[in-house]
Design a protein around this ligand. Structure first.
Ligand SMILES: [Zn+2]
Length: 474
């Protein structure tokens, strides 16, 4: 979440970057170069991703019968008590009373009894930056791009990925590498191949902004500085650049729709929050159209009214941040089924350090959140972790959502079933139901009574493999 260098204009000029299953032969790991779905026209295509799998090279994990005191499955309105989950070859085979499931359990099934713990689907964070380590100020951001090699940043990213998994996040959509090129694809591959532990990653590689509209800026023109995004101008160049990102492994395409956020009445602003739009309509539409043609969806960083309006006109699938959402924009998003990733915590975290318009943006987003809930906008959990240090638990956003009026169950669903829907992965992720991948986490207490329980995840299973279990085995 880089911020721009101080600009000469009186306008507030902060730029938020963001800152297997069954006995069938194990499926091949889904490579990042999986061909897009066949399409008989150049229109936007359905973008169902290929099924996820455990890496084929590794043997299937042993079957597990997981006993828990309470189960929040992601879809039911209420939890169920004293449940067991039978996991076979990385997928959920059955849910119910332990005695009944034991009869179906294959020989060699390991029983893990979590006592009174609450199990829930693995959490999903739909907006992260594993290659960023916090950037409250422009100097923080620039230092990472100028003083750390991509190799060093990738090493740090492997730690961030592991942190996410241990915090209970079994899947993340990582929304651009902030100058680290395609290193997110490498981190994703290392996780898929079992080289390092980490969540399932859906990556967007480099993101787009036009010339001069994203850090690094403000250095001598004699110096060739690194860029925080892929710079491209003009519809044709942007189409080519989208193709290039997809070629090298992008699951998603991201573009920065706006920058320089300012309040009314400055510069004639007539909305809650205004912004400068980065791309022309022709350019933004070219990004979205080309991504959709290739079977990829598009995330738009958009904070002010103008940027959100431009992103929606271009056909973006998700709005990131969205602090300046008003009734009209929310209605358009609801109508178009566009998701909102509010990333509230990062705003709170950086507001003080950044000053200027940022504290006001936190207030505006709180009001937008209340309106969005009333109007039934699809709110997918996204934190912008990496925009703040990975030492902060990315589950803290859940507490803020509840404080802003969301029920604990709805907040959990935002980080499970809704986020899985955003990822187009409901066939595999987001709920504890038979057939889904066994991505399951647990906490000692009841998160419906105290949502902060989710900041203390005690058990993490991904694809049937246990990565964390703080409960002592008897
Ligand atoms: Zn971000």
């Amino acid at each position: 979440m880089p911020i721009a260098r101080p600009a000469v204009l009186a306008v507030l000029t902060l730029v938020a970057g963001c800152a297997r299953p069954s006995a069938a032969p194990a499926l091949q790991p889904v490579p990042y170069d999986t061909p897009p779905p066949a399409s008989d026209s150049s229109a936007a295509v359905a973008t169902r991703s290929a099924p996820l799998s455990s890496a084929a090279a590794r043997p299937a994990p042993p079957p597990v019968l997981l006993k828990v005191g309470r189960l929040i499955d992601g879809v039911a309105a209420a939890p169920k008590d004293n449940q067991a989950i039978l996991v076979v070859e990385g997928r959920i085979r059955g849910i119910g009373l332990a005695a009944a499931l034991e009869k179906d359990a294959p020989s060699g099934t390991k029983v893990i009894d979590l006592g009174g713990a609450t199990a829930l689907p693995g959490l999903i964070d739909a907006h992260t930056h594993v290659l960023l380590q916090g950037d409250i100020t422009a100097a923080d951001y620039d230092a990472q791009l100028l003083k750390e090699s991509i190799a060093y940043r990738a090493i740090r990213a492997t730690v961030a990925a592991q942190t996410a998994l241990m915090n209970g996040f079994t899947a993340i959509r990582d929304l651009e590498t902030e100058g680290a090129m395609y290193a997110d694809v490498d981190v994703k591959l290392a996780i898929e191949r079992g080289v390092i532990p980490g969540p399932r990653m859906f990556v967007s590689t480099r993101a787009f902004a036009p010339t001069g509209m994203y850090p690094l800026n403000g250095y001598s023109w004699e110096l060739k500085m690194p860029e925080g995004v892929q710079i491209a101008d003009g519809p044709d160049a942007l189409r080519k650049a989208v193709r290039e990102q997809v070629k090298y492994g992008a699951d998603w395409i991201k573009f920065y729709a706006d920058r320089r956020y300012y309040l009314p009445p400055e510069r004639g602003c007539k909305h809650l929050l205004c912004s400068w739009v980065n791309f022309t309509d022709e350019e933004a539409k070219a990004i979205v159209d080309e991504a959709h043609r290739l079977g990829k969806r598009v995330a738009a960083h958009a904070i002010g009214w103008d940027g959100i309006d431009a992103a929606l006109r271009a056909g973006a699938d998700t709005i990131e941040h969205g602090d300046g959402l008003d009734d009209g924009l929310i209605d358009r998003m609801v109508q178009k089924k566009v998701y909102w990733c509010p990333t509230i915590y990062v705003g709170v975290y950086v507001a003080e350090g950044r000053g200027g318009v940022w504290p006001k943006m936190v207030e505006l987003e709180r009001e937008a959140f209340k309106k969005a809930m009333k109007k039934g906008l699809l709110i997918a959990y996204g934190t912008d972790a990496g925009g703040y240090a990975w030492t902060e638990n990315q589950a803290k956003e859940l507490g803020i959502m509840v404080r802003y009026g969301m029920s604990p169950m709805a907040a959990i669903q935002s980080a499970t079933v809704v986020a899985a829907q955003l990822l187009d992965q409901r066939h595999d992720l987001g709920s504890i139901e038979p057939g889904r991948l066994a991505d399951i986490v647990a906490v000692a207490g009841d998160p419906l009574k105290d949502i902060s329980e989710l900041e203390r995840v005690t058990f993490v299973m991904k694809g049937g493999v246990v990565y964390k279990n703080e409960k002592k085995e008897k």
